[in-house]
Write a protein that binds this ligand. Structure first.
Ligand SMILES: [Zn+2]
Length: 245
């Protein structure tokens, strides 16, 4: 079989026998795949740079007869090492990789998720944006890509379009004051509506008070837990270190 060439981001690394590593890579053309990387833990190996999370670049992969991928060559295009500049940014980045790994389909392309994750890592590592604001942008993007809560303009329980100041994660969206649920303040609702209508661009550049970011994170994380995955260790660690106030 011909080798394949694709762009990809390393989202997990595990040691595997002596100098080998098993990588989990989110690729542009094949979705999430496991890649064995022989010898890369050795400093002398030409592909040594691939052996850490957050590496993005071009992969040349050999496909074995039983359909597994083995690394032939890696050309780095971007590093996000700066993510370790603060504990807050570092822990947020670990959560991004965790969430990305959980929702990425195996062997099925999802280039929008790769683009969104690279954008989020860029803002986290290379700008002064508040990590909580970047996290909110990433979570809104992930929910949108996963098709959770397409409609923010009517109550998911009764269909009313008035007084949408609550939300019910189990039902997957906003609710009116009569149907009840968790509190979603008006500023948080406006922010969600704004990012819903203007697609990618404002996800990482909105300028709102910290309290609105916190209120909106309660919504996005309620939805992620109820609709996508409820076992997110890195998010739990993030909440313990940097509680949402
Ligand atoms: Zn209602």
């Amino acid at each position: 079989m011909e080798p394949i060439k694709t762009l990809g981001l390393v989202i997990r690394v595990a040691a595997y026998r002596e100098a080998h590593q098993m990588l989990t890579v989110l690729t542009q053309t094949h979705g999430k795949i496991a890649v064995s990387a022989p010898g890369v833990r050795s400093f002398k190996n030409k592909n040594h740079a691939v052996g850490s999370p957050y590496r993005y670049g071009e992969f040349v992969l050999k496909v074995t007869r039983d359909g597994r991928y083995s690394l032939m060559e890696f050309t780095p295009l971007a590093f996000f090492d700066n993510i370790n500049k603060s504990l807050h940014a570092m822990q947020t980045g670990m959560f991004f990789l965790e969430l990305c790994e959980k929702i990425a389909p195996e062997e099925e392309p999802m280039p929008e998720l790769l683009r969104l994750t690279l954008n989020a890592l860029h803002f986290l590592a290379k700008t002064d944006r508040d990590p909580d604001a970047v996290r909110l942008g990433y979570e809104i993007g992930v929910l949108r890509l996963s098709g959770v809560c397409a409609d923010l303009t009517s109550c998911v329980k009764c269909g009313s379009r008035e007084d949408l100041v609550r939300f019910r994660p189990a039902l997957g969206g906003v609710t009116c004051i009569r149907c009840g649920g968790f509190v979603l303040d008006r500023a948080a609702h406006s922010l969600l509506l704004m990012t819903d209508t203007e697609l990618q661009k404002p996800l990482f550049s909105f300028d709102v008070p910290k309290s609105t970011i916190a209120a909106t994170l309660r919504y996005t994380e309620g939805m992620i837990h109820a609709q996508l995955c409820d076992d997110l260790k890195q998010l739990r660690a993030l909440h313990e270190l940097f509680p949402i106030l």
